[in-house]
Design a protein around this ligand. Structure first.
Ligand code: HSE
Length: 401
């Protein structure tokens, strides 16, 4: 029998208990040992909950109980999750987490502590919710030199963009729906400003490149400036707008960024809608592979945490190697990255637009007070200079080729 404790009985924490209990027989069979939830840590009481008798308020009860060998951290945020995880690992207890904020900030240190204590720090649920992506990177794509990762990594923003496109819905109304469905972060700014996707691409990049990509170094833009007018233009070119997290290894340099992108129907990510996430990973000999599934929500995320619990139960006293060292990876700046840009400028003067941006392809979405177009390929630096000189840019969205 393996005893676990769940830290935090919110959306994900209660989901973890539900997945284990619902699929108890399957979980036990796959782990090769019976898995039991012994404690639930939360500041609150849960009168009437079927597992209210498991609730404790003091983490010491868990950390000092030698019977507990696996801890599921579903508290979110940095503290006290960091201290509790560190102490659990130092006591030889494996930790399974959905906490991308903590993994992005202290992942390398916690992985190292797990190594030193013959236990594991696993974080399948930290990227892509229920999508298996960490385990494939760690165990299946191992012979590959990964050249590119491109992903829709945030369920809340994908849900919002899908509704804006399909129903012309109001941004704040759709955000409220996403919050009610348990997709959004406690502070939804993390979703809509791209910070959540930024942490996830930092985690994925660190895992594939083997060194630490600091999330603070990643250029990040969210979706708060995307409007229904943008989608009207997209209809003219059979395209849509997605918030992408991407990282690239080109000519010995590493690039990473998070921003909304225009993508065409022929892009594999075009049809990834609602709360779904998808991640394209390109290896130098394998080519492109794609991972798809529900990127947020109680049970999909909890299922990913439980997959880690099963892995830990199969590796008691043994560390599963993780290719992620604390050494910092230097990212190149984005100013030299070249691409086309979808631009909207004030007024209807097409000649003025071409004078400012060079040869462009105009799009007609039926608005008389503005002009929309797609530029030729140019660097970020060139675009910025031209936009500043033009002085009438309403918005710009990058085009993913
Ligand atoms: N708020 C996150 C999202 C939850 O919407 O994707 C899953 O990490």
């Amino acid at each position: 029998m393996v005893k676990t404790a769940v830290l935090g009985y919110g959306t994900v924490g209660s989901g973890i208990v539900e997945v284990i209990k619902t699929n108890q027989e399957m979980v036990n069979k796959k782990a090769g040992v019976d898995i039991d939830v012994k404690y639930i840590l939360d500041l609150r009481d849960f009168p009437g909950d079927p597992y209210e008798n498991l609730v404790v308020h003091d983490v010491e009860a868990i950390l000092n109980d030698e019977e507990v060998s696996i801890v599921c951290e579903a508290m979110g945020g940095i503290e006290p999750a960091y201290t509790f995880s560190k102490r659990a690992l130092m006591a030889g207890k494996s930790v399974c987490t959905s906490n991308k904020e903590l993994v992005a900030k202290h992942g390398p240190e916690l992985i190292q502590i797990a190594r030193e204590n013959n236990c594991n720090y696993l974080f399948e649920a930290s990227v892509g919710g229920g999508i298996p992506i960490i385990r494939p990177i760690n165990s299946s794509l191992t012979p590959e030199r990964i050249e590119a990762i491109t992903g829709i990594l945030n369920g809340t923003t994908n849900y919002i963009l899908t509704k804006m496109e399909r129903e012309g819905s109001d941004f704040s109304e759709v955000l409220k729906e996403a919050q009610e469905k348990g997709y959004a972060e406690r502070n939804p700014e993390a979703d809509v400003e791209g910070y959540d996707a930024c942490r996830k691409i930092a985690i994925l990049s660190s895992l594939v490149y083997g060194k630490t990509v600091n999330f603070e170094d990643i250029y990040t833009e969210g979706i708060t400036k995307i409007s229904t007018r943008d989608f009207a233009y997209m209809k003219q070119i059979d395209s849509t707008i997605k918030l992408l997290g991407m990282s690239r290894y080109v000519d010995g340099k590493y690039f990473a960024m998070v921003a909304p992108f225009v993508i065409g129907r022929d892009n594999a990510l075009y049809s990834v809608n609602d709360v779904f996430n998808a991640i394209l990973v390109k290896g130098n000999t394998l080519g492109e592979t794609m991972y798809y599934g529900k990127g947020a929500g109680k049970l999909p995320t909890a299922s990913a945490v439980v997959s880690d619990v099963i892995d830990c139960a199969k590796h008691v006293g043994k560390n599963i190697f993780c290719f992620w060292d604390p050494e910092k990876l230097q990212l190149a700046g984005i100013e030299d990255a070249k691409r086309r840009f979808f631009v909207r400028v004030e007024g209807s003067d097409k000649a003025k637009a071409e004078a400012a941006f060079g040869k462009v392809s105009f799009l007609d979405a039926g608005f008389s007070d503005e002009t929309g177009f797609i530029t030729e390929v140019m660097s970020e630096k060139e675009y910025k200079e031209k936009a500043e000189a033009a002085g009438n840019v309403i918005s710009m969205i990058r085009v993913e080729e």
